[in-house]
Design a protein around this ligand. Structure first.
Ligand code: NAD
Ligand code: WQD
Length: 348
């Protein structure tokens, strides 16, 4: 009886492995290593004192996925595997639809063939598009602004259709806000390839001297200091939310049982927004380093303010994020200091 973690060598997936192993689950990782290194799994084993079964495999290879599900007697899947760069998805949408949507269809088909019908899916707050009201509740209309977001929403629809067709499926759709931070040990963390797209890895690389200056994308938003506001969530809180969702699917409460005809769709955020300037200042405090900034034009597709309603996560999963901004910055800095070049010592 194992949990299959697709994309388990990646940033969030590797943290999920730790949390699930510590909770006593056997974990099998399926990853094609297109955006990660198997070194993360060596670190997971080091951290937990437990081994992780690693299968290098692409989710689009249905026959291989079936073999893995059977070989390890998997009972559930936590599905992180996917491409996640918004700009890249605009430039090469077919790659995103093929990998994220086509790949998920192959994975679900393999699961169906093996009678494995429990899945947690990594969705994103990006499915909401421009907020019409804040905080964003799960019933806020969806209107993604780019192919990456569309690919997440398409998978959500596929999962809903699957659940309608066969109520035996147990499906959680978790919409993440802005994951950041690292495991407190500093052994695993976010290791982006090339120039980071996201704010926190960029700030940390400026603090460490790997990059010169952070461009702040717009200081004329209708927010307190004019810079964009987001709901940053510590990656360990985030994966603890997955463990709660897994428990809810395996042993549904009476409330959930009454709703078994639907997928469980829940936001994972803190409910608190911080501006880019606040993030920079918090990181400077945590690292005791200066972070040089310059004001740049707004980035296309960015909203002024995005933060979650956390009510449903609290009511249905009995989960709230416990770690604050200082933990996120401190743990990111600890990871960066211990691994200045990420997992790959030979990287630029
Ligand atoms: P990541 O790139 O670190 O991890 C994704 C993993 O999936 C990588 O290890 C990659 O090698 C693997 N992968 C990609 N395509 C694959 C395929 N076809 N077959 C097998 N493995 C494949 O990204 P992450 O930040 O850990 O994100 C995990 C998931 O969470 C993604 O689905 C992402 O879209 C979603 N998500 C991430 C964020 C974020 O800001 N990090 C926010 C919302 C949602
Ligand atoms: C945060 C804030 C930027 C970089 C993205 C995806 C979303 C989800 C999380 C996967 C914004 C500002 C950023 C920089 C900056 N990923 N910024 N300078 O855009 O909220 O969400 O990651 O699902 O789908 O869209 O996160 O970290 O890119 O930006 O000023 O160099 O930081 O404008 O206000 P975002 P982010």
């Amino acid at each position: 009886m194992s949990v299959l973690v697709t994309g388990g060598a990646g940033y969030i997936g590797s943290h999920c492995c730790v949390t699930f192993l510590e909770a006593g689950h056997d974990v099998v990782v399926l990853d094609n290593l297109s955006n990660s290194s198997a070194e993360s799994l060596t670190r997971v084993a080091e951290l937990t004192g437990r081994s992780v079964h690693f299968e290098q495999c692409d989710i689009r290879d249905r026959a291989h996925v079936e073999t893995i599900l059977r070989k390890h007697s998997c009972e559930s899947v936590v599905h992180f595997a996917g491409l996640k760069a918004v700009g890249e998805s605009v430039e090469d949408p077919l790659r995103y639809y093929e990998n994220n949507v086509g790949g998920t269809v192959q994975l679900l088909s393999a699961m169906q063939a093996c009678n494995v019908k429990t899945i947690i899916f990594s969705s994103s707050a990006t499915v909401y598009g421009e907020p019409q009201s804040l905080p964003l509740r799960e019933d806020h209309p969806t209107a993604p602004l780019n192919p990456y977001g569309e690919s997440k929403l398409m998978v959500e629809q596929i999962l809903k259709d699957l659940k309608t067709s066969d109520p035996e499926w147990r499906i959680a759709i978790l919409r993440y806000f802005n994951p950041t931070g690292a495991h407190a040990s500093g052994l695993i963390g976010e290791d982006p390839r090339g120039v980071p797209n996201n704010l926190m890895p960029f700030i940390s690389q400026v603090a460490s001297g790997r990059r010169e200056v952070l461009s702040i994308f717009g200081d004329d938003y209708p927010t307190e200091d004019g810079t964009g506001v987001r709901d940053y969530i510590h990656v360990v809180d985030l994966v603890e939310g997955h463990l709660k969702a897994h428990e809810a699917l395996i042993k549904p409460s009476e409330q959930l049982q009454a709703n078994t005809s639907e997928c469980l769709t829940v936001n994972l955020g803190t409910g608190t927004g911080y501006s880019v300037q606040e993030m920079v200042r918090a990181f400077e405090r945590a690292s005791n380093r200066a972070v040089a900034t310059q004001i740049a034009p707004r980035r296309a597709g960015d909203s002024a303010e995005v933060y979650a309603s956390t009510q449903k996560a609290s009511d249905v999963l009995d989960w709230t994020a416990g770690r604050g901004l200082q933990d996120m910055c401190h743990d990111t800095w600890n990871w960066v200091c211990k691994n200045p070049k990420g997992y790959d010592d030979s990287a630029e």
